[in-house]
Design a protein around this ligand. Structure first.
Ligand code: IMP
Ligand code: MG
Length: 181
């Protein structure tokens, strides 16, 4: 029995490891094609995107650079605080670089709008976004999200594959619903 089998708050599995791997293969192929002449700098938004980044990067058939940025908008609650804080900045200068921002999930879009404004001000040659998940209500057009792995129901809080509840369950190899306390 795994620890997940013993935690009754972990619900329906929405995305299995096989399904995730297949979709990330498709995303990697698309990114490889789009960036063939301008190898990207992948910017991983910590912590949630760390699993997605490692799998996605290995499905991109180009030499890529990788850097990390950390923001917080939720604290330990499952409700947004409405405030985005920069916790860890990039190590590298992104001026004139082709930046691909790698996110775990686009929910209200608050985090993404903050990061976009912050990074755009540094003068990258281009700035695009790849997100593992998006809620069905997220306005991906307005947020200009180029690559989306999966869309999930608005009301579902999900855990696994990098996504947490109060910093736990990020290491589940699948995405499951989580019963909010
Ligand atoms: P936004 O700023 O409202 O778009 O929220 C984005 C951030 O909220 C993501 O990067 C996640 O860290 C977090 N988040 C939103 N929904 C979930 C969820 O269902 N599970 C875990 N984290 C989530
Ligand atoms: Mg996050």
């Amino acid at each position: 029995m795994t620890f997940a089998d013993r935690d009754p708050r972990i619900g329906e599995v929405l995305l299995t490891p096989d399904r995730i791997a297949a979709r990330i293969g498709e995303m990697g192929a698309e990114i490889t094609e789009d960036y063939r002449d301008r190898p990207p700098l992948l910017v991983c938004v910590l912590k949630g995107a760390y699993v997605f980044l490692t799998d996605l990067a290995r499905r991109i058939d180009l030499s890529v650079d990788i850097d990390f940025i950390a923001v917080s908008s939720y604290g330990n609650s499952t409700r947004t605080s409405g405030v985005v804080r920069l916790i860890k900045d990039l190590d590298v200068d992104i001026a004139d670089r082709h930046v691909l921002l790698v996110e775990d999930i686009v929910d209200s879009g608050l985090t993404l709008r903050y990061l976009r404004r912050n990074l755009q001000a540094r003068g990258p040659a281009s700035l695009s976004v790849a997100t593992f998940l998006a809620r069905s209500s997220a306005d991906l057009g307005a947020l200009d999200v180029r690559y989306v792995g999966f869309t999930i129901p608005d009301e579902a809080w999900v855990v696994g594959y990098g996504l947490d509840h109060a910093q736990e369950l990020r290491n589940l190899p699948y995405v499951a619903r989580y019963a909010r306390p």
